[in-house]
Write a protein that binds this ligand. Structure first.
Ligand code: MG
Ligand code: MG
Length: 264
């Protein structure tokens, strides 16, 4: 069931998503070699609660009912998504995808960014750049009158043209009072196919892109997902509202870029 949102609901969604953006900005301030992902999680958890919100990922059940134990997902290098924060220090040259969710005023925010740690190789930086570009190409297609397949096609075409893999098993989604609502928003598709996009549709677009093959390996903690070939993966996500003409981006990378500059 797809729920189209009113202007008032979209404003509330934006508040939740701006808090996600500010939380990612706090993470940007401290991310460097030697820091552990558990330390990043503590910062995020406290920042979200200090701002009157709930870190909605914490306790979120997987399909087997296993609750996610942290406020953020931290997926390092070949981990694609849903990495559980741990005590292993980040190393120079790592990348870490941080996915963050909030719940405030009854609405959810959801956004993700892949951070370089220290000095990252040029080929991995290109993966990050291409993935982020594909997110904005997807958003360019998230306008009333187009279809879901136009978003998927835009992401897939850009990433595959650069020789990268597009993850199939995980996709974007509607976002609202629930973090995961209908419809599924695939990062692959055919132009002109799929559900028609209408004003007020709010979705999270989140390309998960691999340097090599897109096939995945599932960890036995019930959450972590890595590339099967061990090559790195990137993940950028914005929550957006479909409008006529141009989508409204509800989440923001502004607070990250104020810290790191526009490096990706
Ligand atoms: Mg997310
Ligand atoms: Mg999401």
């Amino acid at each position: 069931m797809i729920y189209l949102k009113t202007e008032e609901e979209i404003e509330l969604l934006q508040l939740a998503n701006v808090l996600v953006g500010r939380t990612l900005g706090e993470i940007a301030k401290v991310i460097k070699p030697g820091v552990t992902t558990k330390q990043l999680d503590k910062i995020a958890d406290e920042f979200i609660r200090d701002n009157g919100a709930i870190p909605v990922f914490k306790g979120f059940p997987n399909q087997d009912g296993v609750p996610f134990p942290a406020a953020i997902c931290t997926s390092v290098n070949d981990m694609v998504v849903h990495g559980i924060p741990n005590d292993e220090p980040l190393k120079d040259g790592d990348i870490v995808s941080v996915d963050c969710g909030t719940l405030i005023n009854g609405f959810c925010g959801d956004s993700a960014y892949t951070f370089p740690v220290g000095e990252v190789s040029a080929d991995v930086m290109k993966l990050l750049k291409t993935t982020k570009e594909s997110l904005y190409l997807g958003i360019d297609n998230a306008v009333a009158g187009k279809r879901l397949g136009d978003i998927g096609y835009a992401v897939q075409n850009h990433c595959e043209a650069n020789g990268y893999g597009v993850v199939r098993e995980f996709v974007g989604h509607g976002v609202g009072r629930e973090m995961h609502e209908d419809p599924m928003v695939c990062n692959y598709g055919r132009r002109g196919c799929g559900t028609m996009l209408k004003k007020g549709l709010c979705i999270a677009i989140e390309p998960m892109i691999t340097m090599g093959d897109y096939h995945l390996k599932f960890h036995n903690d019930g959450w972590g997902v890595s590339t099967r070939d061990g090559k790195p993966a990137a993940h950028f996500e914005h929550s957006i509202a479909v409008c006529h003409g141009k989508a409204k981006i509800l989440s923001t990378f502004q607070y990250i870029e104020e810290v790191l500059g526009d490096i990706i």
